[in-house]
Every structure is written in C-alpha cells, then in structure tokens.
Design a protein around this ligand. Structure first.
Ligand SMILES: C[S@@+](CC[C@H](N)C(=O)[O-])C[C@H]1O[C@@H](n2cnc3c(N)ncnc32)[C@H](O)[C@@H]1O
Length: 188
C-alpha cells in the first residue's frame, strides 16, 4: 500500500469522525469534490455548509449534488468562509470542516485564499467543533501568495493549546514541486 497523498488522507481522517446526521463545513467548495464526499458521510439527516466566493464553482457543485441525489443535504453559500459564524447558531456543534487552500485549478488563478480570512474561518470552525471533531486544511502553497498563507497558518496552528487540540502535519518532505500538505486539528 502506498502512503496516501495529503488530500486523500484528509478524507481518511474525516471519515473516522463524521457520522450520519452531523453538521460539517466545506470552507472552499471549488469543484465540489470535498462537498460531495462530506454529503455522502452525513447522510440524509445531516447537513453540509459549503462556501465559495465563485458562483460558477457553486453552480458546478450544485449540478454534481443534484446528479448524485444529495442536493437537499447541502447549503451552498456564495459568501466568504470568514462569514461562517453568521450561518451557525451560537451553541451549534460541527463534527468537521475542510479547507483546500490556494486557487481552483482550471479557474482564475488570482482568486486565492488569504491568510486573514482563512484564519478567521478556522477560528470559527474551532469554536464550534465538537470534542473529537477534526478540521482539515490541505495547504497548496506553490502559487504567488501561497508561502505567506502557509507561514501564517502554520504559526497559528502551532500556537494552539495542546491540552485542547492535537495538531498533525502530514507532508512528503522529499518531493520537489511543493506538493500540498495536510494539517489536521482534532479537539480533545
Ligand atoms: C483549492 S480550491 C478548492 C478545491 C475544492 N475543494 C475542490 O474539491 O475542487 C480553493 C477555493 O477557495 C475559494 N475561495 C477563495 N477565497 C475564499 C473565501 N474567502 N471563502 C470561501 N471560498 C474561498 C476559491 O474560489 C476556490 O474555489
């Protein structure tokens, strides 16, 4: 068996904590691969909140969800993930969240995630995360602006209190071309 790439491993981890009926967040919907995956895990009683700033990405994802019969369990939101708090009740708990940082391949490469909004969304996710829940960040950083976001996110997650959170970094350290790496934060 080969070690899984970062994105695949994020799904492996999320699969262990998400069960039917859960509420989860896809902070960067893009082409909807993570959204469809999350929708399949939460089942017909669960709920996925999916954010993207690109309407076209949400439209493509809505088509995929309709074709797979899962559109009713997903709320696709044309808004920045930094506004996530507006869509959750104060005491509402989420089981998991996923971020894919960077730009959407095949789309406008200048529309990228940014550290300030990413960190605001991450903090909201952490404040609503249930015990045992996981926030996964797949960090692509080979594009202009990527290194800055990578540094800011790493600094923030390294500073999380170890009594409250376990923080994992999963990366292939001998590969060229800056492959994405995974950060997984689990609430104790
Ligand atoms: C790497 S792509 C996501 C890939 C996606 N998970 C998939 O399966 O195809 C990053 C996405 O984040 C979106 N994005 C950028 N800034 C955002 C923000 N502030 N809030 C929500 N989405 C944002 C981009 O429009 C882009 O679609």
């Amino acid at each position: 068996m080969n070690l899984e790439p970062a994105l695949k491993y994020s799904h492996t981890l999320l699969r262990t904590v998400i069960t039917q009926g859960d509420t989860v967040v896809d902070a960067t919907v893009g082409n909807g691969n993570d959204t469809v995956f999350l929708a399949s895990l939460v089942g017909i009683t669960g709920h996925v909140l999916g954010f993207d700033v690109q309407q076209q990405a949400l439209d493509n994802t809505a088509t995929q969800l309709t074709l797979t019969g899962m559109i009713n369990r997903v709320q696709l939101i044309h808004n920045g993930h930094e506004n996530l708090a507006q869509y959750l009740a104060p005491q509402q708990r989420i089981a998991a969240a996923i971020f894919n940082l960077g730009y959407l391949p095949g789309s406008n490469k200048r529309i990228i995630t940014h550290s300030d909004t990413t960190l605001k969304a991450l903090n909201t996710c952490l404040s609503h995360l249930r015990r045992g829940g996981i926030v996964a960040l797949v960090v692509y950083y080979g594009h202009p602006g990527g290194e800055q976001e990578k540094a800011a996110v790493l600094e923030a997650v390294k500073a999380l209190d170890q009594h409250q959170y376990q923080v994992l970094q999963y990366s292939f350290i001998n590969q060229i071309h800056q492959p994405p790496f995974l950060l997984a934060i689990q609430k104790r």
